[in-house]
Write a protein that binds this ligand. Structure first.
Ligand code: SIN
Length: 506
């Protein structure tokens, strides 16, 4: 194993959160490590919705914060939500300044649209459903032009380096089959979510909760890992991952129906814009009892589909389905992980030297259920805050224990885990299903000791088993009630004891 000393922050992840942090950390030298070329295999690039922010004259950051708190079902940290929504306009303007081509209204302001559980139209979009890719492309161009940022585009995070006090000193990175210990002033995890742990997901399959698992192993606090959001309208045409049919389609009046054309959530015009977990359960129930679930955009969108929702249109046409003429078959897919590494607004975790931002972090803004399109805002706004705070970190002196790689999970074991997670730790959970999932997890732990996806699955499943109520994205058919006093799940493992192979960090 070789060793490299980097005199600045090491950022793991090249999505919106990681790159926002990298840009803002300048002029400190920043090393960004991503497992795939920038813009690939990253959820931000796949986001269809946009950036939620109070941008219209009829809106205000406090209203946005109240909607965020209401969606989060009692577990939102209101101060964090206010900080997030207060950053809304300046974040959208910052992204626009970097070249993100947001849709504009007739007066040149940001055009905003309505998504579920928002009391105002406040989602700034790009080219209808192309927000994620367009925004991230602007950031990638800025990062490539920034002299303080170096990017390793084929580096995989394999471990964290800590000293005897537990302070994080760097990370083990695998490139071209070789391991390198990178010592840095701070490590920022911007590793994304855990959707790939589920067989039905709208996120890149490579996102297996590994950042959360490594942080947990290192002794960082994990917050509310049981809260996973399932998007109700993943397009069910046999693809893995499943293409998304953005919620904005329902904002435009597209309706959820069964195979007989009956409304799944009732006739009211806004019935399909209920909170995402409610809609996901209705879709799940219709599929389970054989009625089928479809998104009918024939009347509401019709001929405008190709130019108003080009990404969804292209995905449907690739699957041989013309959404102007045929309702789109849909199923709930794992879409966003609300829980994760407990982190402050500036990314600081409970472990000195370790920061987390974006979907792998749990900052308190999403609680038990994320409000649509708040995640791109969080990634950019808190990414910038994190960049500023890591830029001020110094250190990297002292001792770091030797790093180690973690074994991969064999493909067939990963498939079994993903199927189990979707079936038993999915939209509707109960004790029997969660216990079955735990049996599989324990078997896989024996077979692939230390495999990070299995540990991530354990954190999610174990916390889901312990939470004997239903709240936000976590629904227990055996405990359908919501407890009056909301409580968080906080998990923390004692750091591993020092080993004899402790080595000097310099
Ligand atoms: C969507 O466009 O439906 C997804 C937006 C989000 O998950 O924030």
């Amino acid at each position: 194993m070789s060793r490299l000393r980097h005199d600045g922050p090491l950022i793991i992840g090249g999505g919106l959160a990681g790159l926002s942090a990298a840009l803002e950390a300048g002029p400190r030298p920043v090393l960004v490590v991503t497992p795939a070329p920038l813009l690939q295999a990253c959820s931000s690039a796949w986001a269809q919705g946009g950036v939620a922010a109070a941008l219209s004259a009829k809106d205000a950051p406090d209203l946005h914060a109240s909607d965020t708190a209401a969606a989060g079902a009692g577990l939102v940290d209101l101060a964090a939500a206010r900080a997030l929504t207060g950053d809304g306009r300046q974040t959208v303007e910052w992204l626009a300044g970097l070249g993100a081509p947001f849709d504009r209204d007739d007066d040149g302001g940001f055009a905003v649209s309505l998504e579920a559980a928002h009391s105002r139209a406040r989602v700034a979009r790009v080219g209808g459903d192309g927000a994620g890719r367009a925004i991230l492309s602007a950031l990638v161009a800025s990062v490539r032009a920034a002299p303080h940022v170096t990017v390793w585009e084929n580096g995989r995070l394999r471990g964290l380096l800590q000293d005897d006090t537990g302070r994080v000193r760097g990370a083990v990175i695998e490139r071209d089959g070789r391991l390198t210990e990178v010592l840095a002033t701070a490590v920022v995890l911007a590793t994304g979510g855990a959707g790939g742990l589920f067989a039905r997901t709208t996120t890149p399959g490579a996102l297996l909760g590994e950042g959360m698992a490594l942080a947990y192993r290192a002794g960082a606090e994990i917050l509310d890992p049981e809260f996973v959001q399932f998007h109700p309208t993943a397009i069910d045409v046999g693809l893995d991952p499943m293409p998304l049919a953005t919620e904005a389609l329902r904002g435009e009046g597209a309706r959820l129906i069964d195979a007989e054309g009956r409304f799944l959530l009732g006739e009211d015009a806004d019935a399909d814009l209920k909170p995402r977990d409610v809609v996901a359960r209705a879709v799940h129930a219709a599929r389970l009892d054989g009625r089928g679930a479809y998104l009918d955009a024939r009347t509401a969108v019709g001929g405008a589909f190709p130019h108003e929702f080009p990404a969804v249109f292209a995905a449907c046409m690739r699957a041989g389905l013309d959404p102007r003429e045929t309702p789109i078959p849909v199923a709930p897919g794992a879409h966003y992980h609300m829980g994760g590494i407990a982190a402050g607004l500036d990314g600081r975790t409970s472990l000195h030297g370790l920061f987390a931002v974006g979907e792998c972090a749990a900052t308190g803004v999403h609680g038990a259920n994320r409000l649509a399109s708040n995640s791109l805002l969080e990634a950019a706004a808190f990414g910038r805050r994190t960049g500023r705070s890591v830029a001020a970190e110094t250190g990297g002196q002292g001792q770091a224990r030797a790093g180690e790689g973690r074994p991969d999970l064999a493909p067939e074991a990963l498939t079994a885990l993903r199927v189990m997670m979707s079936d038993s730790v999915g939209v509707v959970r109960d004790a029997a299903g969660l216990a079955r999932a735990m049996v599989l997890i324990e078997r896989l732990e024996q077979e692939a000791r230390g495999a990070l996806p299995v540990l991530a699955a354990r954190l999610i499943t174990g916390a889901a088993l312990e939470r004997r109520e239903s709240r936000g994205g976590h629904y227990r058919s055996d405990y359908p009630q919501t407890d009056t006093a909301p409580r968080h799940t906080r998990l923390r493992r004692e750091p591993e004891p020092p080993t004899p192979d402790t080595m000097a960090a310099e």
